[in-house]
Design a protein around this ligand. Sequence first.
Ligand code: PLP
Length: 456
Amino acid sequence: MDRTYLIKPVIDAEYPMIDYGKGVYLYDSEGKEYLDASSGAITANIGHGVQEIIDAMTEQAKRVSFVYRSQFTSEPAEKLAKKIASLSFPELNWCFFVNSGSEATETAMKISIQYWQEKGVMTKTKVLSRWMSYHGITLGALSMSGHTGRRARFIPLLEDFPVIQPPYCYRCPYNKEAPECGYLCANELDNIIRRMGSEHIAAFIAEPIIGASGAAITPPKDYYKIIKEICERHQILFIADEVMTGFGRTGTMLACEQWGVEPDIVTLGKGMGAGYTPIAATLVGDHVMEPIVSGSKTIMGGHTLSANPQACAVSLAVIEYLEKNKIIPEVKKKGEYLKAKLLQLQKSFSFIGDIRGRGLMLGIEFVQNFVEKTPFPRTMKVTESMISIAQQHGLLVYPAGAGSDGVNGDAVMIAPPLTITYKEMDDLIQRFKETLQQFTNFYLNEVDLKLEGDKE
Ligand code: PLP
């Protein structure tokens, strides 16, 4: 093959060439079919090739594709901001558009610092976070991310913002069970803030359900109530990073709604454009914007393509599609169906240690020993093998967990487009079952090989 000029995630790996997509299926240039059980990177929330979105895109392109936000506003941008405000918590009425989740969380970080500055508090500049978290790849967002694998190369450039343990009940850092644990992992935030001094802390950021680095780690019932109470008590803003969980992925517009906790700032991305366009947003509460509106009147942030009319028109069409087809209210039921099928599979495959998550954001953690919960040695690259075997079986699953934290093991996420039908979920499960069967053979070979090595 000719040399490539494209820097891909793994430079010398061979990637299939994609040809087209329809609904939950993708087809490569050799005609192979893939069931997109990960919505790409938990992004293609309404599936591929939806005509209504293509039409909205074309219509807006005919009018105008780009205007610079310092010179003009546009109807799609104004309408989208109003629509998103109406879909989220009553206080979250301000919307700042960007192009990626990383930009959204970095903007949230900056707005939280600016908020305190506009109130005359200049020392509150840190944005605390958790280990096993991912908030984006740009340096500010990576500083907040507790994803050890992605941080490692840039440590000298990063702030040490991850400070507390995640609510990882399957491997509780305190070896206890909720609620008897007394929510030690949430209360740790209180201790850290006292040690660091709340006068230095602008905000705390968390993914309601941990995605890329935790494979759908879902906290117990009162976790966020405790977190929010600690933030309020110490005068620290609470930022919910809903880049992955937002836009209906877990069964409600925002996942935070399910814990009855209202964040001061929310970030959105991924499902917002559903993969049809790059678009993301930082939603800001009225009370956070108030000192800025009556102070400098400008957010120190933004990008050339922020509030791009073309991208906003696409996102509006995505929302309209979700609403017209009543997709979000069905997500919980579909998620329960899929989870029940996965739990059935667990009975036959003892290396499935944990199945977790909400709605159509499900995580599966693999273990060498079911009872002891022993992770596989990282050198076995179980996640990578699982992804590759699944792909051979025409199934796309999302790598999550592996390498994200030095101490934790292998996991994948299953998060298909929210539009998936029950018949397609059965197809998904069949392909996953074949994957697990083939992995069993692979795993046994590996163990045999290891035993052979030990004998020598
Ligand atoms: N925040 C969360 C919760 C994410 O899952 C991601 C990406 O996976 C990001 C932020 C970064 O988004 P992007 O890759 O669009 O920059």
